[in-house]
Write a protein that binds this ligand. Structure first.
Ligand SMILES: [Zn+2]
Length: 268
């Protein structure tokens, strides 16, 4: 496809994506402290939960369906995720994660940006010892499919100094197909300059993991080491099954804590 046609296609897709945004459940607001009511502690190594992605095993052992599919389509590796919070729709976190970025027509919401910046800052501040142990050379944000760089999350964290790492370049999205449950070894290109670098990979949301796992694969392919894959919001659908509803209710009732230990489920 000629480059111009590709640009047009991406623009059209971005417009479609923007108009597909569901409106916020309630007017978006944020005051320091609100995050503690909005965030839901991930389940960690709870029975019936996949330790790699914190999703449900649903009668499987060790590895959930999505992690299995991702690893088979990539290089047999699943990068364990470290989710800061679970989220369902509707919820304040879902709205913050949707509206902290502009949608091509409507500007980003300042309260949502403030919320996302605050959540990241608190998570990395509260886990300072872990951050030091990671010894990361820098952070990389998983690039968007339809949005040209820079990623709004990269802009936000640079502006606020939300991450204790430099945000690195060198990972880009190709035109190869990528979708829900459709990981792709060619979806991302990583620069050879990242060889040997210790990378903290960060994404805003995680559902099937096709995107983040394909990005992690591209980094591994050039010899980068992913020291952690951090996610702000791990999507849960409590309406999916009785077990999903039970796990989400249980986690919502837990007191929210920031400690990375319960989130680093493959090591606990
Ligand atoms: Zn999984």
């Amino acid at each position: 496809m000629p480059a111009d046609a590709r640009v047009d296609e991406v623009r059209r897709a971005a417009t479609t994506l923007a108009s597909a945004h569901e409106p916020a459940a309630a007017p978006i607001s944020f005051r320091i402290g609100d995050e503690l009511q909005a965030l839901v502690l991930p389940p960690g190594a709870l029975e019936g939960v996949c330790v790699w992605c914190h999703g449900l095993l649903a009668d499987r052992v060790d590895l959930c369906f999505n992690c299995d599919e991702n690893s088979r389509a990539l290089d047999g590796v699943v990068q364990p995720i470290i989710p800061i919070s679970l989220y369902a729709k509707p919820s304040p976190l879902r709205d913050w994660l949707t509206f902290y970025k502009d949608d091509g027509e409507v500007a980003a919401d300042p309260s949502a940006r403030d919320a996302i910046g605050t959540v990241l800052e608190r998570f990395f501040t509260e886990n300072e010892a872990w951050v030091t142990r990671l010894g990361a050379d820098g952070a990389i944000i998983v690039p968007s499919t339809f949005r040209p760089p820079p990623h709004p999350l990269a802009v936000l964290v640079r502006e606020r100094g939300s991450l204790p790492f430099e945000v690195l370049h060198g990972l880009s999205r190709t035109s190869a197909n990528l979708g829900h449950n459709q990981p792709n070894t060619d979806a991302f290109d990583a620069s050879d300059d990242l060889r040997g670098k210790r990378i903290l990979l960060l994404d805003d949301v995680y559902t099937s993991g096709a995107r983040a796992q394909s990005a992690a694969y591209a980094l591994r392919r050039v010899g980068a080491e992913i020291v952690a894959l951090c996610i702000i919001g791990r999507r849960y659908n409590p309406g999916y099954s009785e077990q999903s509803s039970a796990v989400f209710s249980r986690q919502s009732a837990e007191t929210f804590t920031w400690t990375v230990d319960v989130r680093d489920a493959t090591r606990t």
